[in-house]
Design a protein around this ligand. Sequence first.
Ligand SMILES: Cc1cc2nc3c(=O)[nH]c(=O)nc-3n(C[C@H](O)[C@H](O)[C@H](O)COP(=O)(O)O)c2cc1C
Length: 158
Amino acid sequence: MIQMKDKILVVYFTRSGTSEKIALELNKHYKCIIDKIEVNDKLGGVYGYLRAAYQGKNRIQSSSIDVKNNPGEYYLTIIVTPLWAGNMSSPVRAYINKYKNDINSYGLIITHKGGSYEKAVKDTEEILQKKALFTKAFKEKHIDAGKIDIMDLLKFSH
Ligand SMILES: Cc1cc2nc3c(=O)[nH]c(=O)nc-3n(C[C@H](O)[C@H](O)[C@H](O)COP(=O)(O)O)c2cc1C
């Protein structure tokens, strides 16, 4: 059971704002710090889309990422990633590789358009060498329509 006093870090990457909505929603309901992964790679526009698709498909991690917090200082890290060509996004792949020895327990949230996301879950577990406390996938159209319920993700004891 996660205690209220325990610190939670929500780390996310977003290319078009959908995953960020999840992070903001978590921030609204839970006591947590949210941290956006910044990258140098240009991922906007048509060429950016193609780069993202190529990196996702080939499981390539971003060459350089920037975040504000170290997950080692948090009991739980909630990782939020968009699905790219059936895989986690390359900035999130870089993040979990970089911090794999610092991440304590973690939860994984995937945003997607309806495709299968099992590979993203499997890769995350392999890199982090442990299972997620919870795994959840949300469809973009449900997020955009405000039809998501994150209240069942974490059960706090008071
Ligand atoms: C390069 C790329 C590849 C994608 N591949 C998939 C996919 O394989 N399956 C799927 O369901 N959605 C796919 N999507 C849709 C995104 O996962 C979805 O729109 C996500 O919610 C976007 O999150 P963001 O706005 O935080 O970047 C892809 C999007 C991009 C940009």
